[in-house]
Design a protein around this ligand. Structure first.
Ligand SMILES: [Zn+2]
Ligand SMILES: [Zn+2]
Length: 174
């Protein structure tokens, strides 16, 4: 999962470079299990009277849920917060200018929304088993442990992905 996050981060940075939207290139990005409803957070510190971004956390809930369009939008939202000229902006000023630029030229849907949408949150909490295709990362949700879930847990290649044909699946631990 960390590799997939890194891949998405690299893609987002490439998109930002292409339209000239700045970010802190060295900022570490990690998956946080501690956010109740926050999608992501950009952390700051003040050094020599200057505010700088130090790290970005992305909610494990949205990573597990697997809506990659939302994930890339959240990564981009937080990366814009990390830019030197955005550290005091919150969701206004140049932050908004940069977000609009990504939406307009790179087909992002960055908004000021900072919390997991209700519908997604309820869905996530009602389904306790998630199976992920290792080929295309499509997820399937189960309310209880089924034969399919058990087979995947045991490493049996009994199901095939309808999207990419892969037989390699993983149960995501909640
Ligand atoms: Zn924000
Ligand atoms: Zn697949």
């Amino acid at each position: 999962m960390a590799a997939l996050l890194q891949k998405t981060v690299d893609e987002v940075k490439k998109d930002m470079d292409e339209v000239g939207v700045p970010y802190n290139p060295d900022i570490p990005i990690f998956i946080s299990e501690r956010y109740s409803r926050a999608l992501g957070k950009c952390y700051y510190q003040t050094r020599d009277n200057k505010r700088i971004a130090t790290k970005i956390g992305i909610s494990k809930e949205i990573i597990d849920y697997g809506d990659w369009d939302l994930i890339r939008n959240v990564i981009c939202h937080e990366l814009i917060h990390s830019a030197d000229d955005c550290v005091y902006c919150y969701h206004g000023g140049v932050w908004k200018v940069y977000a609009d630029k990504m939406n307009r030229y790179k087909n992002y849907h960055i908004s000021r929304i900072t919390h997991v949408p209700d519908e997604m949150h309820e869905h996530y909490n009602n389904y306790h088993f998630i199976i992920e295709c290792q080929g295309c990362h499509t997820k399937s949700y189960f309310q209880r442990s089924t034969k399919t879930v058990e087979a995947v847990k045991k490493g049996q290649k009994t199901i095939k992905c309808k999207k990419c044909g892969s037989k390699d699946f993983k149960v995501i631990e909640r």
